[in-house]
Write a protein that binds this ligand. Structure first.
Ligand SMILES: [Zn+2]
Length: 692
């Protein structure tokens, strides 16, 4: 272990030590902290004073602070507390960053600069060179150590002060020894009530209980999202209250921007907000109304409101004279959640605009990671994925809205087609094929769905044999006529047809399927159809891109007999993210972006398969092992949309293949000549790296 000589060093530097002056922690920070940007300025974030002062409290063993990014929480509770301790209340201190890299960075970049800029800190630094290394710095009467979440890091050494930053980035369980909070706070135990642990973080979590609501009498509870939210909920749960400048009543700053800015529920915004109305929406909502008298506060009053603001624990209220009445929760954790509307560096119009832009991005692409990020990091609250919001529709409810439509015909509104193939093994061996029609902004129609069971091979009796996708590559040929090269008639009776633009096919499953699938792609490539056919596979990580093209190479892996030799492109898809998109789209009631049109000919089983899985915090699961082919086929369809980069189409001026029928060179009578290919210049980033 690197640690060791603190006591020795302490003896050598403690000469000249006088008992420290008793001042509050926040005052200690104000007097001591200088960063590379200049002296700490408490007037930008006066709300940090009380949480800082509680670090001296013997009543609490921990202070927990959650809130949006850029609200001075790290500067105050980590940097500030450290320099205050160095100057006024020496005691060994551990600062835990979320990784070893960040611990090194924090020590060598951020804290070294603070030492350099803060004369009152610098003069306490030991002058012995060996006392200043990356993970341990020795000051007069104390050692400041920098650690990261690991069982070994967090055991064996005692600290009076432990500060954990960006807590939500850490795993829930550190090396199977417990939560970071448990491990960290254990280190302060030998100091008893003089020990203190601080946790501060931006929120980076989702929660999955759509039914969750705070209790009426305890409205400050945060949603059950784990991480720091869990610690916050165990504590006193302080919210900041502003005093209305008109009626002098205090009112709570709810961390939910929908409450503070009077926004519609997000599912309404996802349907109603448009690029044209965004700026009006921002202007209209960038103000806060007092719930007592209705007086409106604008952002330019925030500084004054923050100055007179008060923290109020859950279960209590505050009178216009500033008296806090009621009984706070019995707990040894003092906890705070700051609403982004009070955060010193956040601008209301920008908060709203960023949120609106993320919602528009979701409308266009079905991807909600941008919304989650703004809700987590800018707004400072846990996020409930769309898939879990509102009431989920059962299969039979979806079937009720099926539209009168002929199987195998292309309805008006459809701009291009994709096919999805699910490879079946065992008793049901064969291919299940679904053809989807796509309109602008991801409006979907089901054009066709069928189960291919027979091969073109004949048995001794002259009858076709059952398909065997794992055994015969020639059985895969049936997909050429039935999907890859297929054209579907338009429903307008003009005799024109529309081609399937790309076919995505599952490549996993029974032994042998993968290598046959690869062989078949090679055959397609040789016949010039490689760009019209893609194999797909589920990606392993929940952070994987929604669709990413890779060329797997299993040579050198003796366990694998997939036959992958780095030549066959495979689309790796993040099925959880795509299922989130589908589940959210299925809740849309009216035709438009993301809407699913169902056809009257679709069997009841398809609707049951589509709703077979359940979303958990960790992803989608098929708990009762129901058939789920329809859901898989729809996932491949969404992946095809992304692989074709249809999410990047400007629908005011789409590429030729996505235009209306009369202007679409792919739509024609079968006896017409194929027009020469239209050259289209590709613009923008090909982020997915897909080459179709
Ligand atoms: Zn008022």
């Amino acid at each position: 272990m690197r640690y060791g000589s603190a006591a020795e060093v302490r003896r050598s530097v403690c000469e000249g030590f006088r008992p420290a002056e008793r001042i509050s922690v926040s005052e200690g920070i104000n007097r001591t902290l200088v960063t590379k940007d200049g002296p700490y300025s408490p007037e930008l974030s006066p709300y940090m004073a009380q949480p800082a002062d509680r670090l001296d409290s013997r009543k609490y063993r921990a202070v927990v602070f959650i809130g949006p990014g850029r609200c001075s929480k790290t500067a105050t509770l980590i940097d500030g507390w450290a320099v205050r301790n160095i100057r006024y209340a020496p005691g060994d201190m551990l600062i835990v960053q979320s990784s070893q890299d960040l611990a090194r960075y924090y020590s060598k970049q951020r804290f070294d600069k603070i030492i350099k800029a803060s004369p009152k800190v610098r003069e306490r630094l030991s002058t012995r060179r060996q006392d200043d290394n990356t993970y341990d710095k020795v000051f007069r009467n104390m050692v400041l150590a920098f650690g990261w979440p690991s069982g070994a890091q967090l055991s064996g050494r005692d600290f009076r002060y432990v500060a954990i930053t960006e807590y939500d980035l850490a795993a829930d369980d550190i090396d199977e020894e417990g939560s970071l909070f448990t491990l960290g706070s254990m280190r302060t135990q030998s100091y008893m009530s003089a020990g203190m642990t601080v946790v501060e973080t931006s929120i980076r979590r989702v929660y999955t209980d759509a039914q969750w609501r705070p209790k009426r009498e305890l409205p400050h509870e945060a949603p059950p999202a784990g991480g720091a939210t869990l610690l916050y909920n165990m504590g006193t749960r302080n919210w900041l209250y502003w005093q209305c400048r008109e009626c002098r009543e205090f009112y709570p700053l709810n961390p939910d921007v929908h409450v503070m800015f009077g926004l519609d529920p997000i599912e309404h915004l996802a349907n109603k907000l448009t690029a044209d109305t965004l700026e009006d929406w921002v202007r209209h909502h960038a103000c806060i109304a007092c719930p007592h008298c209705g007086a409106v506060a604008k952002e330019d009053q925030r500084r004054a409101l923050n100055k007179g603001a008060r923290w109020v624990p859950d279960g209590c209220r505050i009178t216009p004279d500033g008296e806090i009445i009621g009984e706070q929760r019995e707990t040894d954790i003092d906890s705070y959640q700051l609403s982004c509307v009070a955060a010193g560096y956040a601008h209301w119009p920008k908060l709203l605009r960023d949120y609106g832009v993320a919602i528009l991005e979701y409308q266009r692409t079905g991807l909600e990671t941008g919304i989650k990020e703004t809700v987590n990091l800018h707004q400072g609250r846990a996020y409930l994925p769309f898939a879990l919001q509102g009431k989920r529709k059962a299969g039979h409810e979806l079937q009720k809205r099926a539209e009168e439509q002929r199987q195998g015909y292309v309805p008006r509104g459809v701009r291009f087609l994709t096919a999805s193939v699910d490879v079946q093994a065992g008793k049901r061996a064969g291919f299940v094929v679904k053809v989807l029609g796509w309109g602008p902004h991801r409006e979907h129609w089901t054009i066709d769905r069928f189960h291919l069971r027979h091969s073109e091979r004949e048995g001794e009796d002259g009858q076709p044999l059952l398909l065997d996708p794992a055994g015969y590559v020639e059985d895969w040929q049936r997909l050429v006529e039935k999907a890859i090269q297929r054209r579907y008639p338009l429903e307008d009776g003009s005799g024109r047809t529309m081609p399937v633009r790309v076919t995505l096919c599952d490549s996993g499953g029974e032994d042998g399927v993968t290598s046959r699938a690869y062989e078949f792609w090679r055959q397609m490539a040789r016949e010039g159809m490689g760009h019209k056919f893609r194999l797909v596979k589920g990606a392993n990580s929940s952070n994987a891109p929604r669709v990413e093209e890779r060329r797997p190479d299993a040579r050198g892996n003796k366990q694998s007999n997939s036959g992958a030799t780095g030549d066959v492109p495979v689309l790796f898809i993040n099925t959880d993210q795509i299922k989130d998109t589908i589940a959210a789209d299925l809740k849309r009631e009216e035709p438009g972006p993301g809407f699913w049109h169902f056809a009257s000919w679709m069997p009841t089983s398809a609707f049951e398969e589509l709703t077979a899985e359940t979303r958990t915090a960790k992803g989608w699961v098929n708990a009762s092992k129901r058939h789920n082919e329809e859901l898989d086929l729809c996932v491949y369809g969404e992946a095809a949309w992304i692989a074709l980069q249809a999410d990047k189409i400007n629908w005011a001026n789409p590429p030729p293949w996505a235009r209306e029928w009369d202007e679409n060179p792919d739509v024609r009578r079968d006896d017409e000549e194929e027009p020469p290919p239209v050259r289209v210049l590709r613009r923008g980033n090909r982020t997915s790296g897909v080459q179709l």
